[in-house]
Design a protein around this ligand. Structure first.
Ligand SMILES: [Cu+2]
Length: 163
């Protein structure tokens, strides 16, 4: 199966280029193999096929590959805030947040995405992974916040902005 997919991906990519279509990010759920199956093969075939004027297509494809691998952030929590206050995301992107806690007791919640971590103490760590909905439109904002005491009211929150 894996060998078959590796052979199939460059073929699909070349067909896409020949057809003049730009790759879309909607391949979850259809018959296309996931881009992360063989990013190297895609990269090589993409370069081999690249012609003047194809730069824009390649850029979009590189971005798609980055999303497929998922994005990790390390965010430190303190009284009262997060070390990262804004994250840029794309529809369908898998995001992992590695939480550290340098002061106090905190958690990390996103109501719309049903993210609700346990409260951790100073010196402890936690990790949470979630997926931005495929149909999230550009400009959509998801607020993450600490649900402990009045921390959110004290400013302990941040924003994920969909591009
Ligand atoms: Cu807190």
């Amino acid at each position: 199966m894996e060998v078959y997919m590796k052979a199939l991906i460059p073929a699909i990519f070349i067909i896409t280029l020949l057809a003049g279509c730009t790759p879309t990010q909607t391949n979850q759920g259809d018959l296309s193999p996931a881009p992360e199956a063989s990013p190297d093969a895609m990269q090589e075939s993409g370069e081999a096929m690249m012609e003047p004027g194809d730069d824009a297509i390649m850029l979009e494809d590189d971005e798609a590959m980055m999303q497929a691998k998922g994005t990790e952030y390390t965010i430190d929590m303190f009284v009262f805030g997060y070390s990262v206050e804004q994250i840029q995301a794309s529809p369908g992107e898998t995001i992992t947040i590695n939480l550290t806690n340098s002061d106090g007791m905190h958690d990390f919640d996103i109501d719309e995405l049903e993210v609700d971590t346990l409260v951790i103490k100073e010196g402890e760590t936690n990790s949470v992974t979630f997926i931005i909905p495929e149909d999230a439109s550009p400009g959509t904002e998801y607020t993450y916040y600490c649900s402990v005491g009045n921390h959110r009211a004290q400013g302990m929150e941040g924003t994920i902005v969909v591009q």
